[in-house]
Each structure stands twice: as structure tokens, then as C-alpha cells.
Write a protein that binds this ligand. Structure first.
Ligand code: FMN
Length: 360
């Protein structure tokens, strides 16, 4: 099904269109995950397994999908997860994604491994709400340079990814001999010393595997921006992140791309949210595809969720308009979910586990 503008009306429709648009190598990189891709499958299956228990006869004529994230109002409990190399999906690259995110009024997280630096992305989409994702390169001066550029260009939070000390074993990418392209197309990598045609392994080799909690403390104390630690799957690690100065955590298994057979994020979210308590921000990603998944994330204690691959499906299919449409689909579904759950305000969903069928 397509809308009057010719774009798909479901995320599945966008995924099908993106499969037509891209070649085997990029498809393996974007869609693939680690090893047997068991966690990839579980991420989706776990949201599907959760059943909702709606209330009826509640006035839902006025609904408010907005929530507060990091002390600021957001029109939806949703943001765009950082993903690398957008110019492989679309010639307009990250500028195009940021433009689509601004049109949809959701926050875009620019990756360290972007095919554009923070300044031009901010210039292309000055109205976009934006966060910057940090990989710490072995050459830390390069990382601090990128962070400074993000700070100077209106990025409002840093998201430090901590689940990639080495690259997960990504069989699909290896079999399809996926190459990112020339190092010159990825400014962060070029600055960090990458040269020539790069595989994902070459890229990952530039990232510092010696990171510890002290580095979280150092990053947090060296910036005025809030720092979110992305890639946490345990309650004790989430508490350590907060103790070391993080403003919050992103419960994430990197979309199943790092250590295969770790649990789905929907399974570990609730104990993590409970462990960190009310103050810190808790985000979650991995397999979020439906408005009902967003509602479930909030019910299990998240402040908001991130989507990764669907944004790439939108970008590859129709550039900024595709990104906007993908977010619009989830927004419409979430609005319906609020009405059908009998909870007209998104902010009231957080921690309301009596809205789950098998829980009180
Ligand atoms: C193609 C691709 C590239 C990614 N690149 C990054 C990255 O540069 N930095 C990062 O922190 N996470 C990266 N991730 C992980 C995402 O931020 C996110 O955790 C994951 O995609 C969420 O799962 P979903 O794709 O099922 O929504 C990437 C994921 C994909 C699919």
C-alpha cells in the first residue's frame, strides 16, 4: 500500500522498498547483525510477546503524545538512533536524515561514523533537535574535536556508545565483502587515521578498546552537555553509569550487531529502569517498529525509545521525505495506541505495568 504521495504506509512497506533500492553489500551491512542473528530476531519477538491490557470508557478525545526527555519537551517519546554512513543509503547523507527528522519533529542522533561532520549537518537542518553519538577513537584528540564541534553547533546531548570495544562478528557483511568506501568519505574516520578502502573491521580498529567507567566520568565532567551511556544491558552497569556522571542510559544491544545471544532489550528494560530510579533518563532501542512498541517501552519504565534501521529504510527509499514518513507512521500508531489503551497522555504511561495483560 502506498499513500497519495506514492510512499509506503507501513514500515514493512518501507523495508520492502529499501530492499529494491540498495545493493547486496549495503543491505547486508544495514539489515545484518552478529553471528546467527538470534538477538536480532529476539529484539522483535520480545516486543511482540508482550500483551497489553487496555482500559475502556475513558475520555480520550484529547491526546498528548509529548514527553519530557533530558528536561525538555519532545513531541513524541521517540528519537532516531545513531547509525553510520548515511551516504551509502542516499546521496544527501546525514543532512538529508536531519532534514527529515526536523520535519517530523523528532531528535536525530548523529553518529561519529557519519559521512558528514556535526557542523554541516547543523547548517543543513538548523531547526533539527540533535544529539551526537560518541565513539572514542584510540586518538582521543580526534574524538574531543568532534565533541567540541557538536557542542558549538547546537547538539544538546552526547551519547557515548560502550558496547563496541571490538566489532561483533558480522557474518553477512563478511560474506558480502561489504566495504564502507574510501576513508575520505567519512570525516571522523579520516581524522582518526583511516586510509583507503575501508571494511567495517578497519573502522572498528580505530576505536579504543581500553575504555572504562573512568572515561565516562572524564567525558561527563569535561562537557556541559548531558551524557547518555548507550549499550547497557545490566542493572548494575546502569547504576555504575549514573555513579560516573551519566545523565542516563540507553538500554541497547546495538540492534543485535555486537554480542549475539544477549537478551532482547524489551526483556532487560524493566529491571534497569527500576535500578536507576526516577531521576536519570532511560532510553531503549532494538526492534521498535510499532506505536504499540513505544507504548510498551514507556510502560516498562523507559522515557523514550530510539529507532535505527527503519530510518535507513525511509532514507534509502525517499530521502528526507522517507524519514519523515517513517516517523509519521509510528507517530500515528502511537496516537491510536494511546486512545485504545485508555491513556490519553503519553507521560502517564511510564511504569504503569497494570496495562500489561499478565502483570498487575
Ligand atoms: C546500519 C547500522 C549502523 C549503526 N551504526 C551505529 C553507530 O554508528 N553508532 C552507534 O552507537 N550505534 C550504531 N548502530 C546501532 C543503533 O544505534 C541502534 O542501537 C540499533 O540499530 C537499534 O535497533 P533497530 O535497528 O532494530 O531499531 C547501528 C545500527 C545499524 C543497523
Amino acid at each position: 500500500m502506498n499513500d497519495p504521495g506514492g510512499l509506503p504506509t507501513t514500515l514493512a512497506g518501507f523495508e520492502a522498498a529499501y530492499r529494491q533500492a540498495l545493493e547486496a553489500g549495503p543491505l547486508a551491512y544495514y539489515s545484518g547483525a552478529a553471528a546467527d542473528e538470534l538477538t536480532l530476531g529476539e529484539n522483535r519477538a520480545a516486543w511482540d510477546r508482550i500483551k497489553l491490557s487496555p482500559r475502556v470508557m475513558i475520555d480520550v478525545s484529547e491526546r498528548d503524545p509529548s514527553v519530557e526527555i533530558l528536561g525538555r519537551r519532545h513531541s513524541l517519546p521517540l528519537a532516531i538512533a545513531p547509525t553510520a554512513y548515511h551516504r551509502i543509503a542516499h546521496p544527501g547523507g546525514e543532512e538529508e536524515t536531519a532534514t527529515g527528522a526536523a520535519a517530523a519533529d523528532v531528535t536525530y542522533t548523529l553518529s561519529t561514523l557519519a559521512t558528514s561532520r556535526p557542523a554541516p549537518v547543523a547548517e543543513a537542518a538548523p531547526d533539527s533537535d540533535r544529539w551526537f553519538q560518541v565513539y572514542v577513537f584510540r586518538d582521543r584528540a580526534v574524538t574531543m574535536d568532534l565533541v567540541a564541534e557538536a557542542e558549538e553547533n547546537g547538539f544538546e546531548a552526547l551519547m557515548l556508545t560502550v558496547d563496541l570495544p571490538v566489532l561483533g562478528k558480522r557474518d553477512r557483511e563478511i560474506e558480502d565483502e561489504f566495504v564502507v568506501g574510501d576513508a575520505g568519505t567519512v570525516p571522523g574516520i579520516q581524522a582518526a587515521g583511516g586510509k583507503g578502502l575501508l571494511s567495517m573491521q578497519d573502522t572498528a580498529d580505530l576505536i579504543d578498546p581500553s575504555l572504562t567507567w573512568d572515561d565516562v566520568a572524564e567525558l561527563s565532567s569535561g562537557t556541559d552537555l548531558p551524557v547518555l551511556v548507550k549499550g547497557v544491558l545490566r542493572a548494575d552497569d546502569a547504576k555504575l553509569a549514573i555513579e560516573h556522571g551519566a545523565a542516563g542510559v540507553v538500554v541497547s544491544n546495538h540492534g543485535g550487531r555486537q554480542l549475539d545471544t544477549v537478551p532482547a532489550t524489551a526483556e532487560v528494560l524493566e529491571p534497569i529502569a527500576e535500578a536507576v530510579g526516577d531521576g536519570p533518563t532511560v532510553l531503549v532501542d532494538g526492534g521498535v517498529r510499532r506505536g504499540t512498541d513505544l507504548a510498551k517501552a514507556l510502560i516498562l519504565g523507559a522515557d523514550a525509545a530510539l529507532v535505527g534501521r527503519p530510518v535507513l529504510w525511509g532514507l534509502a527509499t525517499a530521502g528526507a521525505a522517507g524519514v519523515e514518513a517513517v516517523i509519521g507512521i509510528v507517530e500515528d500508531e502511537f496516537d491510536r495506541a494511546l486512545a485504545l489503551l485508555g491513556v490519553p497522555r503519553a507521560a502517564a504511561l511510564k511504569g504503569q505495568t497494570d496495562l500489561l495483560f499478565d502483570r498487575k
